[in-house]
Design a protein around this ligand. Structure first.
Ligand SMILES: [Zn+2]
Length: 350
């Protein structure tokens, strides 16, 4: 796993909780502390002080990539010291995988928050979300007592951090943002050595199959299904149509440059210009196609939005020397297509 460039802070530092009540009250605008309080209010205040004084600390751990970009990992106090170590070990490797796209993290500073939740060991990260802002925060809800090994094998982590590769404004054309994360969650795991090349293509194939089998909305355009996704479903069609789009674009870019230039380079270009912006998909596509005579992203964008079912993915896989036999991917071992396919395991931008 190529995470050697990730550097931990020399020592864990602990963020103090409020032990001084007046500091806590100053955080609430409009509250006058401590004068003119009624008796029940004074009791409530005393109780709050006590709660804050005994509240266990959130552990914060700083990591740096090779370019000195900083990630703060903030771990909820409910985790035991041992679990905390497991969580830190996981986040170090997870964040390391994100440097395998263009060498550094998307932002100068970002945060991973880890909250404890109850649940089954089979599903160690039941929930995750991203908060975009001056500092992007990825929040994971993690089942306590989970090992770093189990967390590392969960796709959810890679999916969430892959969202940071786009400076997406957070609404409209979610198939685009979800498609990129769905595509890259597999690339990141393979590039980090966590899954084999065979497994990576098997997972992509299995996902495309799920997208095809989610056929309830066949005949409706992707953008229509996307708009109604939260109320009506169709997640598989939406996510995997998006993943199809990015695989198709990546294949085209690599083919026309003989393997020298791919989606990794385009994401780097987008990051260089616009990491701090919140762009619509149309705005991102303009940047992604800039400088290219053939606007690959724009060309496929409209046809993708208008597609009425998940496009056939077998031809894409065939271009990379992949056939399907009894539900399993078969990878050609020699020839130009096989050579091109193996190049997906490395970034074209590194
Ligand atoms: Zn997502």
């Amino acid at each position: 796993m190529s995470t050697a460039s990730i550097v931990s802070s020399p020592a864990n530092k602990t963020r103090p909780t409020f032990s001084n009540c007046s500091r806590a009250w100053r955080r609430w605008p409009g509250m006058n502390y401590p004068g003119n309080l009624t008796a029940p209010c004074r009791i409530a205040l005393a109780l709050l002080c006590t709660m804050l004084a005994v509240a266990p600390a959130t552990a914060s751990h700083a990591l740096y990539d090779a370019e000195g970009r900083r990630l703060d990992v903030e771990i909820a106090p409910q985790f035991s010291p041992q679990s905390r170590e497991e969580v830190i070990s996981w986040t170090e490797k997870l964040a390391g995988s994100l440097t395998l796209v263009y060498g550094h993290w998307p932002r100068e500073r970002w945060i991973i928050e880890v909250e404890a939740t109850s649940g089954s060991a089979d599903d160690p990260i039941p929930w995750a979300q991203i908060k975009r802002g001056g500092v992007d925060t990825v929040k994971f809800y993690v089942v306590d007592n989970t090992s770093a090994k189990d967390l590392l094998s969960e796709w959810t982590g890679y999916h969430e951090i892959a969202h940071l590769l786009l400076p997406y404004r957070g609404w409209g054309d979610t198939w685009f943002s979800e498609g990129l994360a769905t595509y890259y969650q597999n690339l990141l795991q393979a590039r980090a050595g966590l899954i084999s090349e065979q497994e990576m293509w098997q997972r992509l194939y299995a996902g495309f199959m799920r997208g095809r089998e989610d056929s309830r909305f066949d005949g409706k355009s992707l953008i229509e299904v996307n708009r109604q996704m939260r109320s009506s479903g169709g997640y598989m069609r939406v996510y995997w149509s998006g993943a199809w789009y990015f695989l198709a674009v990546d294949i085209r870019l690599r083919a026309r440059s003989n393997g020298a230039f791919g989606l990794d380079n385009v994401l780097l270009r987008l990051n260089d210009c616009c990491a701090r912006d919140a762009l619509s998909v149309a705005e991102m596509i303009k940047v992604m196609d800039s400088g290219d005579q053939q606007p690959v992203f724009a060309e496929l964008y409209q046809s993708m939005r208008n597609s009425t079912r998940l496009p056939d993915f077998e031809p894409l896989l065939a271009e990379l020397g992949i056939t399907i036999a009894n539900g399993k991917v078969v990878l050609q071992s020699t020839g130009k297509a096989a050579q091109r396919r193996r190049q997906f395991l490395q970034s074209t931008a590194l």
